[in-house]
Design a binder for this molecule. Structure first.
Ligand SMILES: Cc1ncc(COP(=O)(O)O)c(C=O)c1O
Length: 470
């Protein structure tokens, strides 16, 4: 039985609720929120962390659809999946290998477990978009860090860049080190046989809510059938999920996952085919734009692979910044996913109609006509990051708040990141260089939403370690 149907049936019975939640399934607040089906683990509704009934069936269905060894529901987003996967493979003080463009949750996990981290070399293109992770770079990193407990990379990235997971997983396995893929943006990729799970990663997490029809905060995590030590991993993951997700998992969120899985099982291929056809129409409309360039059909061959559902609009040759384009689109009632210095990301999913995608194409065509040529020279290099301590040690060291202009050569005690995408620009323990300060100032200048752990960065202030000055 579908979880939603079971909840609905239950809500129609005249049962006196002498249990949580406090709203007692009544619409006392006179709104349309779904109180009627919002329950906790009452009789017959199973327990997410020790599933034996309907939630076990739901997760088995998920596992079948994604073709995994084991799959689990997450009600605290892909964020919890990252915490779960890292803690399932690393103990306090261990070493982890990561790509530089990892989500902040990866760095938070590193802080929580006082891990040492090593970066795989990461390259950027002229627009500041992180390229795919190269097998040789991973091999080099593994060769000098054979004691690492796992490797974690993001694929697809926020911008849609897909790495060669098949090769990367094979290399990791040569060293008997498991590969975690943060595939938060790729829950739909199995519909075109491009999921990291199919390519051999050991653990893969997907934020369902990002690219499939599921409620915000819903995510899933899978163990591959070929994962190293998969039985032990299963036990550890189950326990860590119960640590990092709420002890009162929302049945509305879980029903949303079940509905989404059921839908993609039955109709996913058909809807995905329709989306791809509509994206072809978009491509035909936009491929001859003069100033605006869209990644999927202008930069073929630059990345190992690309998720074409992401419409990444490059403005390198246009006299407008990402932020300005986002504002113009907003004035036409189009809200983008995010804007960076030189590009804007629009996300499409199986829920977009041909009309929606054509509307975006038409607005872009009109905007393009009013733009002028510009050759913005931006340089993005793989800055050599010097870390003087673990993140944990820096966060817990003695600190002073100073102006960022005076922070060069100090050691940061904070994370700094633009949100979205939530990828750190500066991490605790890292030596602050003039390049980093210039980059931060540039981001502030173009109007990006910059955050830091303390929140003081918006005033140009940053916590640094007291005593250490390189
Ligand atoms: C690459 C990546 N990983 C993980 C996450 C966290 O996922 P969630 O928002 O589902 O917690 C995000 C969120 O933006 C992300 O971009």
């Amino acid at each position: 039985m579908r979880l939603y149907n079971k909840l609905k049936k239950y809500s129609e019975k005249n049962i006196l609720a002498m249990h949580m939640p406090g709203h007692k399934r009544k619409q006392i607040l006179k709104n349309n929120l779904p109180y009627k089906i919002d329950i906790t683990e009452i009789d017959g509704f199973d327990n997410l962390y020790h599933p034996t009934g309907i939630l076990k069936e739901c997760q088995e269905k998920l596992s079948k659809v994604y073709n995994s060894y084991k799959s689990y529901y997450l009600v605290n987003g892909g964020t919890s999946g990252i915490l779960v996967s890292i803690r399932s493979l690393c103990d306090i003080g261990d070493k982890i290998i990561i790509a530089k463009n990892c989500h902040k949750a990866v760095f938070n996990s590193i802080e929580l477990l006082n891990l040492k981290h090593e970066y795989i070399k990461t390259s950027f293109d002229e627009n500041g978009i992180c390229l795919d992770i190269k097998s040789d770079d991973l091999k080099k990193c593994l060769e000098s860090n054979k004691d690492a407990k796992c490797v974690l990379i993001t694929s697809p990235t926020y911008e849609g860049v897909i790495s060669d997971i098949h090769s990367l997983a094979s290399i990791c396995h040569e060293y008997n080190i498991p590969l975690i893929v943060d595939e938060a943006h790729g829950a739909h990729l199995f519909l075109e046989n491009k999921s990291s799970l199919q390519k051999g990663a050991d653990i893969v997490l997907n934020s369902l809510h990002k690219t499939l029809p599921s409620l915000t905060q819903t995510a899933v995590i899978h163990i591959s059938s070929k994962a190293i030590n998969r039985e032990l991993l299963d036990k550890k993951m189950q326990r860590n999920i119960s640590i990092f997700c709420s002890s009162s998992p929302s049945y509305i969120l879980m029903a949303s996952i079940d509905e989404c899985v059921e839908f993609i099982k039955k109709s996913g291929n058909r809807y995905y085919k329709r989306l791809k056809e509509n994206l072809e129409v978009f491509k035909n409309k936009c491929k001859h734009l003069e100033h605006i360039k869209v990644i999927n059909f202008n930069y073929v061959g630059k990345y190992f692979d690309f998720d074409n559902t992401k419409i990444v609009i490059i403005l390198k040759n246009a006299n407008i910044t990402g932020h300005q384009l986002m504002q113009r689109l907003k004035r036409q009632n189009i809200q983008c996913e995010m804007a960076y210095l030189n590009y804007v990301i629009c996300m499409t999913t199986i829920c977009d109609s041909k009309k929606d995608i054509l509307r975006l194409a038409n607005v872009l065509c009109n905007i393009d006509k009013g733009l002028k040529f510009s050759n913005k020279k931006l340089e993005f290099e793989d800055v050599n990051q010097i870390n003087t301590s673990t993140i944990y040690e820096a966060v817990n060291g003695k600190q002073t708040l100073i102006n960022i202009d005076k922070s060069i050569n100090f050691v940061s005690a904070e994370f700094v990141y633009a949100y979205p995408p939530g990828i750190p620009i500066l991490i605790p323990g890292q030596v602050i260089t003039s390049d980093i300060i210039n980059h931060i100032k540039e981001l502030i200048k173009v109007g990006l939403n910059l955050n830091s752990s303390s929140g003081e960065i918006s005033k140009g202030l940053l916590y640094v370690l007291d005593n250490i000055q390189n």
